[in-house]
Design a protein around this ligand. Structure first.
Ligand code: AQP
Length: 336
């Protein structure tokens, strides 16, 4: 059976971007793969997290994955910190990966921003922990957006160097599973910036916890431009860059309606933004409403969510234990 591992940070509640760009695809992959979907709280603390909020967001994250339809009878929802083997394997990988490799990681550059010197060491080593997450379960495939492809390539480099240095054939070379037409959802306040859980402005994103009125208000206030809606998809990157907010709203509509931007342009092109925004609000509320309601119901029953997390951790520990033991033997750690 082909095995998938994929993670999402509880650095906030999940956004429409996380939903369309990742989680929705995770649901679809369940039928062809054995899946481990992980709330990566160890990754989240690479940037400051309020401890109480982190706990709440970890539980909310698990409730969200259950609400969208991850079937925990067949697959696993894991809270990363419950299985210490991730951090233990990551340390070994820190000693396999090269500083030069890490220096090339564009996500570190993006997230650290201009003040790189004051970024955490954890943020720099993030891809090495991600490699440990994946290889601890010898996952064969990792579904990722374009932005994470580089990290999966690094995972392959680490696996290859480990196998080569220790003269073993132990870790598989994991394949990235790039989503078909990956949806990159941009901020509602700035069409050139990615929609993010941790953006300072709540109006930049739609949260999966937002109610219908909040969604309507956010879409109404979303930034647009003075022209009518485009009547065709952008002909070039330059054309897209000239009207980033318009194409972003059309992209969101297309992803939610499971159609193409071309079809959206044919149906709505030439309309004023106010009319299109009403249609987008209606669609968003219709698609997210059932997920939000189920998530709220689950989140109100922390005992049930915690039971799923405990069971997921138990199953993962059983898989991780022999792999880590073998790694420790291979690298020469003594087991008296
Ligand atoms: N705006 C987005 N559009 C499409 N996909 C997105 N993803 C995130 N934002 C968008 C995808 O969601 C998955 C999980 O992401 P993550 O939690 O590991 O980290 P992230 O990409 O850094 O997400 P955020 O929401 O922007 O979090 P913060 O604010 O903490 O940095 C990934 O597959 C990602 O591609």
């Amino acid at each position: 059976m082909k095995r998938i591992f994929s993670g999402i940070q509880p650095s906030g509640g999940f956004t429409l971007g996380n939903y369309l760009g990742a989680v929705k695809n995770w649901v679809a992959l369940q039928k062809d793969y054995e899946c481990i979907y992980c709330i990566v709280d160890l990754h989240a603390i690479t940037q400051w997290q309020d401890p109480q909020e982190l706990r709440a967001n970890s539980r909310l994250g698990a409730a969200t994955l259950m609400a969208v339809g991850i079937d925990t009878r067949k697959h696993i929802i894991l809270l990363q910190s419950l299985v210490p083997h991730h951090a233990q394997l990551a340390w070994v990988f820190n000693c396999v990966a090269r500083v030069g490799w890490m220096n090339r990681m564009t996500q570190f550059k993006d997230k650290a921003g201009k003040d790189r010197e004051s970024a955490s060491l954890g943020l720099y080593a993030y891809p090495s922990l991600m490699a440990a997450d994946i290889l601890l379960y010898k996952a064969t495939h990792v579904p990722v957006g374009e932005d994470q492809k580089q990290h999966v390539e690094l995972t392959r480099d680490i696996a290859q160097k480990f196998n080569h240095d220790y003269k073993v054939d132990f870790f598989p070379l994991t394949e990235p599973l790039i989503y078909g037409e990956a949806t990159r959802v941009m901020s509602l306040r700035d069409g050139t910036k990615k929609m993010s859980k941790s953006d300072a402005s709540d109006y930049s994103r739609i949260n999966l916890t937002d109610d219908a009125d909040t969604i309507a208000d956010k879409i109404k206030k979303a930034k647009t431009d003075p022209h009518p809606l485009p009547d065709a998809p952008p002909a070039s990157d330059k054309a897209r860059a000239a009207r980033p907010e318009a194409y972003n709203l059309m992209g969101i509509y297309a992803a939610l309606a499971e159609t193409t931007i071309d079809a959206v342009a044919k149906e709505h092109g030439g309309k004023q933004f106010s009319a299109f925004k009403n249609a987008l609000t209606e669609l968003t509320v219709a698609k997210l409403g059932p997920v939000t309601a189920e998530m709220r119901r689950l989140n109100a029953d922390p005992g049930a969510v915690d039971a799923v997390l405990r069971e997921g951790a138990e199953r993962c520990r059983t898989m991780a234990e022999p792999v880590l033991e073998e790694v420790y033997r291979i690298v020469g750690f003594l087991k008296p």
